[in-house]
Structures are given as structure tokens and as C-alpha cells.
Design a protein around this ligand. Structure first.
Ligand code: NAD
Ligand code: PRE
Length: 307
């Protein structure tokens, strides 16, 4: 793989930035990787594990001379970081981000990007419940999507170059408009996380079932909920505060469906339950058929094909 950028600066050295470091190194996509994180502890760890070629003590120092700057901080912190680095960005450089929400990030960051610097927002659809500089791994983005969200007047060549980087990192690339991105992610990621947080909270609250019973008898479904509900609280607080409208819309629809299922259970309406579950099973099967679930065991795929 050939180099896509000379110097890449990563601001925030958590799961996503550290995975980008490993993946860029794996494919030789950057001449030099420079990093900055707000906490001294994170910077020390990054230096100790040699995550980047250089770790700087300020964001401004890290972006100096960088061809690509990627903001990898919680979405609520993007605007403040952009304000700090805006005045020292190299003319012709590109600023991108990896935030899970796009509209508010664009509104907060764009005003700080000087003329002559490109701003190309992006969102890799890959993650784990872990965070921090030690949690990253090169394969995180392999065969996942990275959605690029060009802003008005985005330079085509700059967009294509960011797309080349993400392809080099292992991802498939799509483009979307910011509001549509936020609605899609409210359905596929944000509301499901809220439901997982709630379910784990409910289990914890139920005094007739002890915590040790929940741990001991967790079947696969609940185990997945606890994994998701272990995700970083700062990141997810910021996601919900910044994707308020879309999340509330999807949550409203979710509540309506839940009430209908609740009524069907109370009234013993087996047909309603059966039809509903048949429909949702078809959705799962179409995801597997489209090859979108790389974690699904092979027997799942062949079982679908054989029907
Ligand atoms: N974790 C995921 O599953 C996932 C997936 C895709 C995108 N994202 C997005 O990527 C971004 C980073 O997430 P992550 O999982 O790598 O988080 P993380 O918690 O692992 O890392 C965040 C980093 O940002 C730093 N930071 C926090 N506040 C800061 C501030 N005000 N100024 C400077 N640095 C600050 C932290 O010190 C840390 O180094 C978020 O915007 C998140 O929405 C996360
Ligand atoms: O697999 C996980 O742990 C994730 O939650 C990753 C996940 C998702 O919902 O799919 C979470 C947030 C993102 O912005 C992108 C990906």
C-alpha cells in the first residue's frame, strides 16, 4: 500500500485513534503519526507503548505541519479542540473526525476551519466497549463501513483522499448527508445502546433477582447487552446530547411497538407475537445474506441460503 498522507496528527488517543495508528502502520499509509491526548496519563501510556512516532503536549503542537488532522475525541469536545488548532493548521491540510454524530460536530467544528484547509467529516462504523490508548487493534476497521459526510463545498480530491485512507485501513467507504447519517445511526447504533443501558439498569434494580444470579445465569442475549452497556459513559452521554432529535424520534417509535407487544402478551395474542417475530427474523437473515455480519457463524449463512 502506498502512503496517502505525509504527516497525520491524531487528537485524542483512545480506542479509535489507537486502532487507526495500528491500521495505518500495518498498511504504511502515513509518513509520520503524531498524537496528542488531553490527559498526561494517556500521553505517558502512548509514549510507553510507542503508539505514535511522536506524542506532543499540546494539540496545537501536534497539528503543526500535519497534512491530515483527525479529531478522535468525544463529540462534545470537538468544537473546543477545533478552536484550539484552527489558527495553526497548515494551509492545504485536511481536518477530519471520527465522531458518532455528524450534524452538531459539523456545526461546532466548521467555523474554526480556516480558508484553504479542507474539512471532511467521517465516521467509522466499528468499535468495542473498551476505551483508551491500549484498547486499539489494527483489525478493528477491517470489512466495516466508514461513512464520509462531505460538507457544502467539500473539495472532491480531499474527500477522495480521506476515502483512500479508510480503504487502506481496511474499510468499505460510503458517503452520506449529515442529517441522514444521524437518523440512520439513531436506528442502528444510538437507540440500541440506550436500550442495552436500560435493560442492564433494570436487571440491577430488580431486588427479587440478585446480582450474582444475573451474572451466573446471563444467557447470550443479556451478555451482549452488558457488553454494550459497558461502553464509555462520556462518549455515550455526548452521543445522546448531540443526536437528540433523531434518537427521540426512534425512541418514540420503539415505545409504541413495545406497548403493542406488551398488549399482545397480556391478551394472549399469539398471532401478533408470531407475525412480529417472523418479520424481524427476515430482517436478520437479509443482513446475513448481504454479508454484513462478519461475526455470524458460517452455519447461520448456509442455513439462510438453503431456505
Ligand atoms: N468507541 C466506539 O465504538 C466508537 C466507534 C466509532 C466512532 N467513535 C467516536 O470516536 C471518538 C473517540 O471515541 P473512542 O472510543 O476512541 O474514545 P476513548 O474514550 O477511547 O478516547 C477518547 C480520547 O479523547 C480524549 N479526550 C477526551 N476529552 C477530550 C478533550 N476535551 N480534549 C482533548 N482530548 C479529549 C481522551 O483523553 C481520550 O484520549 C468519539 O467521538 C466517538 O463518538 C467511537
Ligand atoms: O461494537 C460496538 O461495541 C459498538 O458499539 C460500535 C458502534 C456500533 O454501535 O456499532 C458504536 C458506536 C459507533 O459510533 C460505531 C460503532
Amino acid at each position: 500500500m502506498t502512503q496517502v498522507y505525509g504527516r497525520v496528527a491524531l487528537i485524542g488517543l483512545g480506542l479509535i485513534a489507537s486502532s487507526m495508528c495500528h491500521a495505518m502502520r500495518r498498511a504504511g499509509l502515513a509518513g509520520e503519526i503524531v498524537g496528542y491526548a488531553r490527559s498526561e496519563e494517556t500521553r505517558d501510556i502512548a509514549r510507553e507503548i510507542k503508539l505514535c512516532d511522536r506524542v506532543c503536549d499540546s494539540a496545537a503542537e501536534a497539528v503543526e505541519g500535519a497534512d491530515l488532522v483527525v479529531l478522535c475525541v468525544p463529540v462534545g469536545a470537538m468544537g473546543a479542540v477545533a478552536a484550539e488548532i484552527g489558527p495553526v493548521l497548515k494551509p492545504g491540510a485536511t481536518v477530519s473526525d471520527v465522531g458518532s454524530v455528524k450534524r452538531t460536530v459539523i456545526d461546532a467544528v466548521a467555523p474554526h476551519i480556516p480558508a484553504g484547509v479542507h474539512f471532511i467529516p467521517a465516521h467509522p462504523l466499528a468499535g468495542t466497549e473498551h476505551s483508551g490508548p491500549r484498547s486499539g487493534f489494527a483489525e478493528l476497521f477491517d470489512n466495516r463501513f466508514c461513512i464520509i459526510v462531505p460538507v457544502e463545498g467539500s473539495d472532491r480530491a480531499a474527500v477522495d483522499r480521506v476515502a483512500d485512507l479508510w480503504r487502506g485501513i481496511g474499510s468499505n467507504v460510503d458517503e452520506m448527508d449529515p442529517d441522514h447519517h444521524d437518523l440512520v445511526l439513531a436506528v442502528t447504533s444510538h437507540t440500541p445502546h440506550l436500550i442495552a443501558y436500560t435493560m442492564v439498569g433494570v436487571a440491577d434494580d430488580l431486588s427479587r433477582v440478585t446480582d450474582s444470579e444475573v451474572i451466573k445465569y446471563s444467557a447470550a442475549g443479556f451478555r451482549d447487552f452488558t457488553r454494550i452497556a459497558a461502553s464509555d459513559p462520556t462518549m455515550w452521554r455526548d452521543v445522546f446530547l448531540n443526536n437528540k432529535e433523531a434518537t427521540l424520534e426512534i425512541l418514540g417509535r420503539f415505545t409504541e411497538e413495545l406497548f403493542a407487544l406488551q398488549r399482545a402478551i397480556r391478551q394472549g395474542d399469539g398471532d401478533h407475537l408470531f407475525d412480529y417475530f417472523t418479520h424481524t427474523r427476515a430482517i436478520r437473515r437479509s443482513i446475513i445474506e448481504a454479508g454484513q455480519d462478519t461475526d455470524a457463524p458460517d452455519f447461520g449463512r448456509s442455513a439462510v441460503k438453503s431456505k
